[in-house]
Design a binder for this molecule. Structure first.
Ligand code: ATP
Ligand code: MG
Length: 634
C-alpha cells in the first residue's frame, strides 16, 4: 500500500490511457491492444481495441498452469448438506469437460447459452465454459418462474439451455425442470438442446431429442481438451438483466477485455483480495454480484471463491461465520438485506467463530443505513464497507478503495468515486452540474464509462441511448437514476432512487433519509417509505415497518404507541415535513428476487393503482398485507 486513493483516482481521470494501460497488465492478452478506448461513437465506448483475450484463460488456465494445486472453488450447500473443494487444476478439468459438451452440441463463439441453475458448482463451470468458447451466457436467476424465464429465452434466443432438476430453498426442494419445460412451451424461440444436471432431488421427465444427460456426457468426455477461443476485447461476454426494481428489466450487455481488466483492478484496489486467499460473496450467480464477485473477479485475481447455497440463517445464523473461520475468508461480500435478516437473530451467533482472517465486509445493493452498518460492524468487529454500483456498471462506482491507502470511512456514505468514474451530480430540472456541497441531485457519470461497464442494451442500442444518456440534452452523461449528495470532503450519500423521491409541499426528500431515521428506532428491523399522492401537500410519506419482535405491536394500542414514538423521532431528526402520515407494521416487505425493496409497488397499492409488472416480486403475500392494511384504513 504505497499509493493514496486521491493519487490513484486523479491519475485515472487525468491520464486514462496511461492508467488503464497499466491496469491491463493485470490480465493476459494473446494479442496486445493498439487503442485504449475508442470514443469515436459516443455514448458507446470500446475498450482495448485490437486486443485479444479470454475470460476463462484469465480466471482459470493461467492459474492452473502456475498454481495447479491451489484452491479455486469451494462449494458449500447448507440446503443439501454438502461441501466440495476444487483446485485450479480440477476446475480447469471441469470447465473443459463442460466446454466439450457444449462444443459437441455445436455451440460456437457468439452463440447464446442460457443458464438456469441453482447455486451449484456446475453453474460456475457452465459460465466459464461459455467464456472459454466465446459463447455468450445469459444466466437467469433460479428463483424465476416460467413466465419470466420465457421472456428471457425469447430475448436471448439461446441455442442451448443448461439446467438442473431442482434447487432447494429453506430446506424445501424447488423443482426447476417443470418450470423450464413450461417456459420453453411459452417462448416463441425453441432452444435446440437442454443440458440437464440431475442432482437427484426431484424426478423429472426428459424430452426426447432435446434433453441431454450431463452426467453421461461428463463421463464420456472426461479428459477432453478444449482450448480457449481468443476473442476481440469488445466481443460480447454475457447478457444479464437488471433487478427490475423500477420496471421492465434491462438486458445489460458486457464485453470481454474491458470487463476482465476492470475486475482485476477492483480486486486489487478496492477489495484488496490477493492470490491464494479466499473471497466469499453471499450473492447468487443470477445477479451481477454473482457474475463479478463469485465467478470472474476472485478467480481472475487467483483467489479461491466460496459459493454458497442456502440462507444466512440455516442451520443457524452462525453459518456464514463458520465458513469464514473454516476457509480463512479474507474478503466477504454481502447485501444490507441479508444483514437485516441477521439482525433479527441471536447476536451471539456472530461471535461464536474465529473471524481473525477476515479483513473487511463489503455490502452492496441497497442503501446501507447507519444503524445497520454500525450493528454489523460492532457485531463482527471488522470494517464494513458500503459499495455502490449497478448491474449496468459491473463493478463499484462509489466505495472505499482498500488496496491503497484508503479514504476514511463515514457511516452512511459508500464513499468516493472509483478509478475511471467521472461522477457528477446534476440538477434534475436544468441539467446543470452541482458543484457546491450538500446539494441534492441526480447521480451521473460523464462519458465515457470506464472499462467493465455495459456496452449497450442487448440488441437495442436505441434503448441504451434513450434510457441512460438522454437526461441532459446535448451532453454525454450517463444517468444512474439515483439521487445523491456530496459533502464538503467529497463523500457521496445515496438518498434513494430518483423515481422514489418524495415531494412534500415543495420539499424533496430521498426515501433513504426517512427510512434511516426510522430504522434507528430500536424496535425496528426494516422499513420502507414511499410518497403517496395527497391533495393538500402534493405527496405525503407513508412508512411500512417490520419489527424485530412483532409482539411489540400485538395490540392496536401498542401499535399506536410505537407509531407515535417513531413519528416523534422523525419530527426531531428531520422535521415535520418528513413525518410520515402513518407508520404501519407488517410481517414482511415486498422485495425483488434480489432482495431490493419494491417501493414502486407499495406506492401503487397505497394510491390504489395497478402495481404493474411484478415479475420480479419475491413474495406476493407481502404486498397483499399492505393492500389489506391500506384498504382497511379506507
Ligand atoms: P432496475 O434497474 O431494473 O429497476 P435495480 O436498479 O434494482 O433494478 P440493480 O442493478 O440490481 O437493479 O441495482 C442497482 C441499484 O441498486 C442502484 O442504482 C441503486 O439504486 C441501488 N444500490 C446498489 N448499491 C447501493 C448502495 N450501496 N447504496 C444505495 N443504493 C444502492
Ligand atoms: Mg437500476
Amino acid at each position: 500500500m504505497t499509493d493514496s486513493y486521491a493519487a490513484l483516482y486523479r491519475r485515472s481521470i487525468d491520464d486514462p490511457d496511461g492508467f488503464w494501460t497499466e491496469q491491463a497488465r493485470r490480465i493476459d492478452w494473446e494479442h496486445p491492444f493498439d487503442q485504449v478506448c475508442d470514443t469515436s461513437r459516443p455514448p458507446f465506448a470500446r475498450w482495448f481495441v485490437g486486443g485479444r483475450t479470454n475470460l476463462c484463460h484469465n480466471a482459470v488456465d493461467r492459474h492452473a498452469a502456475t498454481r495447479p494445486g491451489d484452491t479455486a472453488l469451494i462449494w458449500v450447500s447448507s440446503e443439501v448438506g454438502q461441501e466440495r473443494v476444487y483446485t485450479f487444476s480440477e476446475l480447469k478439468d471441469e470447465v473443459e469437460v463442460m466446454a466439450a459438451m457444449l462444443a459437441g452440441q455445436g455451440v460456437r463463439a457468439g452463440d447464446r447459452v442460457l443458464i438456469y441453475l441453482p447455486m451449484i458448482p456446475e453453474a460456475a463451470f457452465a459460465m466459464l465454459a461459455c467464456a472459454r468458447l466465446g459463447a455468450i451466457h445469459s444466466v437467469v436467476f433460479g428463483g424465476f418462474a416460467s413466465h419470466a424465464l420465457a421472456n428471457r429465452i425469447d430475448d436471448a434466443e439461446p441455442v442451448l439451455v443448461v439446467s438442473a432438476d431442482a434447487g432447494s430453498r429453506n430446506g424445501r426442494v424447488v423443482p426447476y425442470k417443470p418450470l423450464l419445460d413450461e417456459a420453453i412451451r411459452l417462448a416463441a424461440h425453441k432452444p435446440a438442446k437442454v443440458l440437464m444436471i440431475d442432482r437427484g432431488l426431484s424426478a423429472f421427465e426428459r424430452v426426447a431429442d432435446r434433453d441431454l444427460d450431463h452426467a453421461a456426457l461428463r463421463e464420456r468426455l472426461w479428459g477432453a481438451r478444449v482450448s480457449c477461443e481468443w476473442l476481440p476485447s469488445d466481443a460480447i461476454s454475457y447478457t444479464l438483466y437488471t433487478s427490475g426494481t423500477t420496471g421492465r428489466p434491462k438486458g445489460v450487455q458486457r464485453d470481454v477485455g474491458g470487463y476482465a481488466v476492470a475486475l482485476a483492478t477492483s480486486m486489487a484496489q478496492i477489495y484488496d483480495g490477493r492470490a491464494g486467499e479466499t473471497f466469499f460473496s453471499t450473492s447468487d450467480i443470477g445477479w451481477v454480484v454473482g457474475h463479478s464477485y463469485i465467478v470472474y473477479g476472485p478467480l481472475i485475481a487467483g483467489m479461491a471463491t466460496l459459493m454458497y447455497e442456502g440462507t444466512p440463517v440455516s442451520p443457524d445464523a452462525a453459518v456464514w461465520w463458520r465458513l469464514v473461520e473454516q476457509y480463512r475468508v479474507t474478503v466477504m461480500f454481502s447485501a444490507p438485506t441479508a444483514v437485516r435478516v441477521l439482525k433479527k437473530q441471536d447476536p451471539a451467533c456472530l461471535t461464536r467463530h474465529d473471524l481473525s482472517s477476515l479483513r473487511a465486509l463489503f455490502l452492496a445493493g441497497e442503501p446501507l443505513d447507519e444503524p445497520t452498518a454500525r450493528w454489523i460492524a460492532d457485531a463482527i468487529g471488522k470494517p464494513v464497507i458500503d459499495n455502490y454500483w449497478q448491474t449496468e456498471t459491473g463493478w463499484p462506482i462509489l466505495t472505499l478503495a482498500r488496496g491503497v491507502e484508503p479514504a476514511q470511512p463515514k457511516f452512511g456514505s459508500p464513499g468516493v468515486p472509483m478509478p475511471g468514474y467521472r461522477v457528477q451530480l446534476l440538477d434534475e430540472r436544468t441539467g446543470a452540474v452541482l458543484e457546491a456541497p450538500h446539494q441534492k441531485g441526480l447521480l451521473a457519470i460523464a462519458y465515457p464509462l470506464p472499462p467493465g461497464c455495459m456496452q449497450t442494451v442487448w440488441r437495442d442500442d436505441e434503448r441504451f441511448v434513450r434510457t441512460y444518456w438522454s437526461s441532459v440534452p446535448g451532453q454525454q452523461v450517463y444517468s444512474t437514476f439515483d439521487w445523491a449528495l456530496r459533502d464538503e470532503d467529497g463523500y457521496y450519500f445515496i438518498l434513494g432512487r430518483s423515481d422514489d423521491v418524495i415531494n412534500v409541499a415543495g420539499h424533496r426528500l430521498g426515501t433513504r433519509e426517512i427510512e434511516e431515521c426510522i430504522a434507528g428506532h430500536p424496535a425496528v428491523a426494516e422499513v420502507a417509505v414511499v410518497g403517496v399522492a395527497d391533495a393538500l401537500k402534493g405527496q405525503v410519506a407513508m412508512a411500512f415497518a417490520v419489527l424485530k419482535d412483532p409482539a411489540r405491536a400485538a395490540t392496536p394500542q401498542e401499535a399506536l404507541v410505537l407509531e407515535g414514538e417513531i413519528l416523534k423521532r422523525v419530527d426531531q431528526q428531520l422535521g415535520a415535513v418528513a413525518r410520515p402520515s402513518r407508520v404501519r407494521f407488517v410481517q414482511l416487505l415486498p422485495k425483488t428476487r434480489s432482495g431490493k425493496l419494491l417501493r414502486r409497488a407499495i406506492q401503487a397499492v397505497c394510491e390504489q393503482r395497478d402495481p404493474g409488472d411484478l415479475i420480479t416480486l419475491d413474495d406476493p403475500a407481502a404486498l397483499q398485507q399492505i393492500r389489506e392494511l391500506v384498504s382497511g384504513a379506507g
